[in-house]
Design a binder for this molecule. Structure first.
Ligand code: PEP
Ligand code: MN
Length: 335
């Protein structure tokens, strides 16, 4: 249920609606809009009777919400969410390029790649310090040392940084260093991690689980938002299919559906979808053309020596080409 207030509704009238909701054991979530306030109702077991609100002063209407997710839904917030990180705005009208290595391996490696990313027009630097690896015997990341290197990249190149947070135990330290916290595909349904992310004041980049439906993905975002964090972006990174020519299959059809259902920005990760660098530029062009709000791609100056995901990492000059392509496709969309 969404209670929509009159244009001139007073704060007292909004408070009254909140009290009525709370007196019934439900949670009220006021959503300030352009010219009127709406109040979302959470924690209701079963349908809520609109008559509870229609008689109250300042209430315009009470709309039953039909989707299982609410706060992420356009039914509750019709306008697109814009997220500001440093000088970068992410969301409708903008195309944000996030790029960097899969993992932070050393200060020299990160600084070398960051310089290329900055020169090529990248807006945000990516790099994993805590790495979720399929094998426990492979490189697991530099942990806090990697975070310190990311902080140095931000300072030197004026690039906000995005890095993965893997668990609640290391959440505080990652949160202290990162500008955007990434929740990886393997953790999309880690509900304690999602709840902790919801209590953070950092924007969250929520990757789609590799076998998750769109409803499951949006419900994962709902977990974060229901704890109070409204700065959530969704990231499509390919799903498991039967194909052998790529690591995963990039589900571009998710983009128009997500955009219809949700006001949250959607970013595409063509690197983890493809697994091979020769597919990354074509998939990036397609991602921008389908309307994504940004890309997150892996770049390495010596991919053959990379400690993770070298085969899908672009050479710096390829990222430069991608950046130009992305910009021209984005311009074309606006005409
Ligand atoms: C990554 O971004 O390096 C990563 C591990 O991504 P995903 O969770 O999509 O596999
Ligand atoms: Mn990777």
């Amino acid at each position: 249920m969404l209670v929509v207030m009159d244009r001139g509704a007073t704060p007292e009238q909004v408070d009254k609606v909140v009290k009525v909701i709370e007196s019934r054991g439900m949670t009220a979530r006021p959503i300030p809009g352009g010219d009127r306030v709406s109040i979302g109702i959470l924690n209701n077991r079963g349908p809520v009777d609109p008559a509870l609100f229609l008689g109250l002063d300042g209430v315009k209407e009470a709309i039953p919400v039909t989707r299982p997710y609410k706060l992420v839904s356009r039914e509750v917030q019709p306008e697109d969410t814009l997220i500001n990180v440093g000088n970068v705005t992410i969301g409708n009208g903008y195309l944000t390029l996030m790029a960097g290595p899969c993992a932070i391996e050393s200060e020299t490696q990160a600084m070398t790649i960051a310089e290329h990313v900055k020169q090529a027009g990248g807006h945000i630097f990516r790099g994993g310090a805590f790495k979720p690896r399929t094998s426990p015997y492979t490189f697991q990341g530099l942990r806090e040392e990697g975070l310190k290197i990311l902080a140095k990249v931000r300072e030197t190149f004026d690039l906000p940084v995005v890095t993965e947070v893997m668990d609640t135990e290391t959440f505080d330290v990652v949160e202290a260093y990162a500008d955007i916290l990434q929740i990886g595909t393997r953790n999309m349904q880690n509900y304690s991690l999602l709840k902790r992310a919801g209590q953070s004041n950092r924007p969250i980049l929520l990757k789609r689980g590799m076998s998750a439906t769109l409803d499951e993905w949006l419900m994962a975002a709902e977990y974060i938002m229901s704890e109070g964090n409204t700065q959530v972006m969704l990231c499509e990174r390919g799903v498991r299919t039967f194909v052998r020519h790529s690591r995963n299959t990039l589900d571009l059809s998710a983009v128009p559906v997500i955009m219809r259902e949700s006001h949250l920005p959607i970013i595409i990760d063509p690197s983890h979808a493809a697994g091979y660098r020769d597919q990354v530029i074509p998939l990036s062009r397609a991602s921008v053309a389908v309307g994504a709000h940004g890309l997150i791609v892996e770049v390495h100056h010596k991919p053959d020596e990379a400690l993770s995901d070298g085969a899908q990492s672009l050479y710096p000059e390829q990222f430069e080409a991608l950046s130009k392509w992305a910009e021209s496709v984005h311009k074309l969309l606006k005409t």
